[in-house]
Design a protein around this ligand. Structure first.
Ligand SMILES: Cc1ncc(COP(=O)(O)O)c(C=O)c1O
Length: 403
């Protein structure tokens, strides 16, 4: 074959196969451009993206305001180190505290790092404040907190943990939404509990408001920290900045990432009360964390969400999409349950065909994701319209029909 006949996709697929460590199961599709809720391949084919870079591109792909703010900041100042003040970091910390009700921010570069930081705070809190060296950190079965060793130790799924044993000691798994088990698990040596308000990778399982309330009360009673991992559910996805804001509880620590940078890598830990006083200078840090470029990106994301009313849109179009999916279920599609909040939606199928459905949808240029064999995860950009939702539901209908 001559060079002229080889597509860019084929060239890149060959390079990828030859040089990139194959830890991802990758589709042989090359995206070269994105705008709003669409991704485009080299031939100009448009794909409707209901995965949004795994709940990351909340303001849509390459939003002009986000791109402009990144470009401006890149031209002015990208990185300084945390030995000095920078304006975007301080302004972003202020903004995140205001919109979450938390008091302090620590900046990292990913969701796992944000969780790792939260775990370190819990461990030092147990050692230095509670003075309970034999402490426990509780986490829920089916959770996902990241792949660094601390976050992995809190990720209560055997498929992620098994190859990397032994893990960090001190973690204990609880069944989700089981309030009896919750009550039974708490004691004086409980340092913290780590919860995703809606479990994402585990299959889009919302944690009940009552469960969260009782967890807050138990944390108060036993002086334990309530850590919410809002890496996936946070930053507007459920129709509020953070999913816990649908309830009346306040966490002690919030881990946030993904949508925060809209595609630019950034994570943060937000802390409040005693949790904000645990770490002293020199006890934690990271070179890139909170650099001007990442923080400018996050500030631009916040401006877009506010200016375009994307929290409201996530609620409105999320409700609409869930209603349309339930119609699809009622019309005989193999759907057992539609669940979630805003634009974090899980579709549990009545057969283990999630991966095949994702593949058939992709052939029709709709990007979805399967978590496990029988659950579809739908986490589109928050900019989608009801027409986009209709388009996706029609493609899903066809994808089911083909089975
Ligand atoms: C709830 C949750 N926490 C933590 C992480 C880890 O984030 P990252 O992949 O940015 O390290 C993820 C990633 O999917 C997540 O969904």
């Amino acid at each position: 074959m001559t060079t002229a006949q080889t597509t860019l996709t084929e060239t890149i697929a060959a390079l990828d196969a030859r040089y990139v460590l194959p830890v991802y199961r990758r589709q042989p599709i090359l995206f070269v451009r994105g705008a709003g809720a669409r991704l485009y391949d080299e031939h100009g084919n448009a794909y409707l993206d209901f995965l949004a870079g795994i709940a990351v591109c909340n303001v849509g792909h390459s939003h002009p305001h986000l791109a402009q703010r990144i470009a401006e900041q890149a031209a002015r100042l990208m990185h300084v180190s945390n030995f000095f003040l920078t304006e975007p970091q301080a302004r972003l910390a202020q903004k995140l505290c205001e919109l979450s009700g938390m008091e302090k921010a620590f900046f990292a570069n990913s969701g796992a790092e944000a969780c790792e930081m939260a775990i370190k705070v819990a461990r030092k809190y147990a050692n230095a404040v509670k003075r309970t060296p034999e402490y426990e950190i509780l986490a829920l079965e089916g959770s996902f907190h990241g792949r660094t060793m601390g976050a992995l130790s809190a990720t209560m799924q055997a498929k992620y943990q098994a190859p990397f044993q032994p893990l960090l000691p001190g973690f204990r798994a609880l069944p989700r939404n089981d309030r009896d088990a919750l009550r039974a698990a708490f004691h004086e040596r409980t340092a913290a509990i780590l919860i995703e308000p809606i479990q994402g990778e585990g299959g889009v399982y919302p944690i009940d408001d009552e469960y969260l309330r009782e967890t807050r009360a138990l944390c108060d009673r036993y002086n334990a920290l309530l850590i919410l991992d809002e890496v996936q559910a946070g930053f507007g996805r459920t129709g509020r900045w953070y999913a816990f804001q649908h309830t009346d509880i306040m966490p002690d620590i919030v881990a946030t990432a993904k949508g925060l940078g809209g595609g630019f890598p950034i994570g943060a830990c937000l802390l409040r009360g005693v949790a904000a006083e645990v770490l002293q200078p020199g006890e934690h840090g990271t070179t890139y964390g909170g650099n001007p470029l990442a923080c400018s990106a996050a500030l631009a994301v916040i401006e877009i969400i506010e200016q375009e009313g994307l929290l409201e849109n996530a609620r409105r179009v999320g409700d609409y999409l869930q209603a349309r999916l339930r119609e699809l279920q009622a019309s005989g599609a193999p759907i057992r349950e539609v669940r979630g909040r805003g634009l974090m939606i899980g579709v549990e199928l009545s057969q283990p065909i999630a991966r095949a459905v994702v593949q058939r949808a992709l052939e029709r240029r709709l990007i979805l994701n399967a978590v496990g064999e029988s659950i579809l995860r739908i986490v589109p950009p928050l900019v989608i319209t009801p027409a986009d939702a209709d388009e996706a539901v029609e493609i899903l209908r066809e994808a089911f029909g083909e089975g």
